[in-house]
Design a protein around this ligand. Structure first.
Ligand SMILES: *Cc1c(COP(=O)(O)O)cnc(C)c1O
Length: 463
């Protein structure tokens, strides 16, 4: 077989891809029929595909390429570390400089007394760590029955057995016998689709009080932790009403349960500050991080743990860890990535300049006839597509039918914008410029127009 390179014809690459590569979250027969779009290189906010087309990446890969593509500094940090020490583990009383340096740096930038880092290879793995860590914490404190973890419907925490159980995605739960026992979900704070006649403020409060109801239902002596994303990402960039998080914090404090903030998307500048917990003013005991931690240049995740939980866990042998926990190359790249975010003022610039600019442009999309609410926090945003914005109606087709049509129009117009059901979402690299934001909005508008025309033809939008 010849070497497989970028220079093979696209059709041949697509055929080999469909024949041998099983894609995550995809229907493989569809991959085979249509052929995957093959990305060959990238720079800044722009992808290049195997046909030489340039595509604006409105999703930063999968919400992760915060510093943008093509940063030589990160490639060099990886190469340096590979030459010096490509691998060593952190089990059994050993350590190495990159793991130490990154942990110290994370303790410095994380809020409050989140001072201790347990490494993983991904967000899913880090949440599996959290699951076992909080149950171990309560067991060590003499309350082993306090093993229930509450989470939210339509939350996303990964797709391994543990993290997929913490997540509240019906599609994930329907395969492989999830959720595992003693994980329960409360309804999400999605006012647009579930708020009915309530004001967003009343609805936010009511949805937060679902946490208290669940604690009382299962018994406060049984509930160990609550996990949530500060802003739900994969669920469709659902921004809770302002009343939601203060009430959640009150309830968590009142019952003394641990709060796990899943910062895998929100962390590292996405919300305009270093962590979503800062933007939303919440005080987690554990934060899950991954994605923007290395800007996706290396697979790495971690749990950042507060002093109190660390003290309890440190006193026992925690029988948990991954071969690649604290992988030296991944740690070196993450450390260099944080240096870029900090020294180039990327996070500060998002908060002060680019996010406010994107907000103004993004919210202007709400004047489009097919767009209902437009939501945005920092550099993550969504719009709800609807045939009738006054009633917040759903389309007369399966959820996601029109969203997928819109996504396809975007892709054809060389913009990556994802759909979750009938919400369209973006999460661009944090280094996106104002000029690139203008291009993004232009292409989004063109795609919305084209999608609306198609929806009218199919009788899904009033003529
Ligand atoms: C992506 C994601 C995860 C899972 O991370 P992986 O690295 O894909 O395992 C967990 N939590 C949130 C909020 C995510 O967005």
């Amino acid at each position: 077989m010849p070497a497989i390179t970028n220079h093979m014809p696209t059709a041949e690459l697509q055929a080999l891809d469909a024949a041998h590569h099983m894609h995550p979250f995809s229907t493989q027969t569809q991959v085979a029929e249509k052929g995957a779009r093959i990305i060959t290189s990238a720079d800044g906010c722009w992808l290049t595909d195997s046909e030489g087309e340039r595509i604006l990446d409105g999703m930063a890969g999968l919400w992760c390429v915060n510093v943008g593509y093509g940063r030589d500094e990160l490639a060099e940090a990886a190469a340096r570390q590979m030459k010096e020490l490509p691998y060593y583990n952190t089990f059994f009383m050993t350590s190495h400089v990159p793991a130490i340096a990154l942990a110290a740096k994370l303790a410095e930038i994380a809020p409050g007394d989140l001072n201790h880092v347990f490494y993983a290879g991904s967000g899913s793995e880090a949440n599996d760590t959290n699951l076992r860590m909080v149950r171990t914490y309560w067991a060590e404190k003499g309350q082993p029955e306090r093993n229930i973890i509450l989470a939210r419907t339509n939350g996303y925490h990964g797709s391994s057995v543990g993290s997929g159980s913490l997540g509240g995605m019906a599609g994930i739960h329907s395969q492989g016998g999830l959720p595992i026992p003693d994980i329960h979900h409360i309804p999400q704070p999605d006012w647009w689709s579930e708020g009915g006649d309530m004001t967003p403020e009343d609805f936010g409060l009511a949805r937060a009080q679902e946490l208290e109801k669940a604690i009382l239902h299962y018994g406060p002596e049984r509930v160990g932790a609550f996990i949530a994303e500060p802003v739900q990402g994969a669920g469709g960039v659902i921004v809770a009403p302002d009343t939601y998080w203060p009430e959640i914090q009150r309830i968590v404090d009142k019952y003394g349960i641990l709060l796990i903030a899943d910062e895998v998307i929100c962390g590292f500048g996405r919300t305009g500050q270093w962590f979503g917990s800062q933007t939303l003013n919440i005080k987690p005991h554990i934060m899950t991080i991954a994605k923007g931690l290395s800007s996706g240049y290396q697979p790495i995740g971690a749990s950042i743990v507060c002093d109190e939980v660390n003290a309890v866990i440190s006193a026992c042998e925690f029988n948990h860890g991954y071969t690649y926990s604290g992988h030296p190359v991944a740690c070196a790249v993450a450390l260099e990535n944080i240096r870029l975010l900090e020294e180039e003022g990327i996070v500060d610039k998002v908060g002060a300049e680019t996010a406010p600019y994107l907000k103004e442009k993004w919210e202007s999309l709400a004047d489009h006839p097919m767009v209902g609410e437009a939501k945005i926090v920092g550099m993550m945003a969504s719009i709800a597509l609807t045939p009738d914005k006054t009633t917040r109606a759903a389309f007369a087709a399966d959820a996601g039918t029109v969203g997928y049509m819109c996504r396809e129009r975007c892709f054809a117009n060389n913009l990556v914008m994802r759909h979750v059901g009938d919400r369209m979402i973006i999460s661009p690299p944090l280094v996106i410029s104002k000029e690139e934001i203008d291009i993004l909005i232009d292409r989004a508008r063109t795609s919305l127009d084209e999608c609306m025309a198609q929806a009218k033809e199919k009788g899904l939008f009033p003529a």
